[in-house]
Design a protein around this ligand. Structure first.
Ligand code: SF4
Length: 372
């Protein structure tokens, strides 16, 4: 398989689809018994893959079974969940702890990158911090989920590397608008293989809520080409997604899907991803005054707003909820989420606050208890 190749398998048996693709593209010829392999799923939060948010453990299992058969003796699954998130809990909830138990005796282990040490590197005059274990691996297999994203339109191979950096860096990326630092980060971490979990991602949001059964796994070696292909499936031209265009300019890969060699295995129920109905999401987002919010604060606020709507109290919310790093040092009358909004008259503390605390805070807000 070379950088111009893309392979797509359609079906619902994730483990089998992955095994078939790896065999068909002869990936075993790229690894040996001494190769240290790192698998990077998307476990941004502790929610099951059926939510459309996280990578199915069965996708990782397909890779593990294939690589073990190919003689690989050291496979590490590595992730750092979103800012303030508990990666260990995400491993448990998403089935990866069981996976490590099942294959541990064959050299498979789990690494919570949040406790890993950090290496500092420079790109275009800017210092970037990356977890050492990611840089020390011989063969990097990226396992993103095919998802939409409120800020970047989509999240797939390029953006999934955000789980390879410490929380302080995640905050910085959000403060800088995500696209440019994501593209630059991709110059530091080489992806040997990308296997996209397109079984049931959420095309409308990175934090889920509207999973769509898309019944496919997509494999490639060029993350820019993979993301460009995914962008087109979702109805975007690759250059409409800034971090894809920037990554191409930085020489990471090609956006030219017209010259890709695409092999398909099986028949899709549909090829293009149907446009999701985002009207509810847009309505809820309308209640958030976002200034460079991290995913953790923004996603949990959105979730809390959904809960308020379900209990028919959303329309009693009087003002927009302020979220994000742009509120640091700002003094305002209003309600805010997180330590960044300490200058507001009402806020819930924490960086990020827990989803439960945000829900309780908003419930207090709509019941008028702030005025007491
Ligand atoms: S409180 Fe501010 S810095 Fe912390 S997670 Fe929320 S938006 Fe990011």
């Amino acid at each position: 398989m070379n950088s111009r190749d893309l392979a797509v398998a359609y079906g619902t048996d994730a483990c089998r689809l992955v095994l078939n693709l790896l065999q068909a593209m002869d990936i075993g010829s790229e690894v040996g018994s001494k190769t240290k392999v790192l698998l990077k799923p998307n476990l941004v939060m502790a929610r099951e893959a059926s939510s459309g948010i996280t990578t199915h453990a069965e996708v990782a299992e397909g890779v593990i079974r294939y690589l073990l058969d190919a003689g690989v003796q050291k496979i590490t699954i590595a992730e750092s969940s979103w800012t303030g998130g508990d990666t260990r809990r995400a491993y448990r909830v998403c089935g990866y702890t069981d996976l490590a138990d099942k294959y541990g005796k064959f050299g498979v282990d789990l690494l919570d990158l949040k406790v890993d040490s950090v290496h500092s590197l420079e790109v275009q005059g800017v210092r970037f911090k990356v977890f050492r274990s990611v840089l020390a691996t011989d063969y990097f297999v990226n396992l993103p989920v095919l998802k939409g994203h409120g800020g970047t339109k989509l999240t797939c191979a390029l953006k999934n590397l955000k789980g390879c950096i410490p929380d302080s860096e995640k905050r910085r990326y959000h403060a800088e608008g995500l696209h440019k630092p994501i593209a630059q980060l991709n110059t530091l971490i080489h992806q040997d293989l990308v296997i996209v979990d397109g079984l049931c991602g959420d095309p409308s949001s990175e934090t889920g809520g509207n999973p769509l059964a898309m019944d496919r796994v997509i494999m490639g070696k060029d993350p820019v080409l993979v993301d460009s292909y995914v962008a087109e499936l979702m109805g975007y031209r690759p250059e409409m997604i800034e971090h894809i265009a920037m990554a191409a300019q930085l020489g990471i890969g090609s956006t030219d899907t017209s010259h890709a060699r695409i092999r398909e295995f099986g028949e899709p129920r549909f090829r293009k991803i149907p446009q999701p109905d985002t009207s509810r999401l847009q309505r809820l987002r309308g209640y958030i005054a976002d200034r460079q919010a991290c995913s953790a604060c923004y996603g949990s606020t959105l979730y809390a707003l959904q809960r308020l709507e379900e209990s028919r109290r959303l329309n009693t919310l009087r003002d927009k909820i302020c979220v994000g790093q742009g509120y640091r040092g700002v003094r305002l009358e209003g309600s805010g989420i997180g330590a960044c909004t300490r200058g507001l008259s009402n806020y819930v503390d924490g960086c990020p606050p827990t989803a439960r605390n945000i829900i309780e805070f908003l419930e207090s807000s709509v019941s008028g208890r702030f005025d007491a």
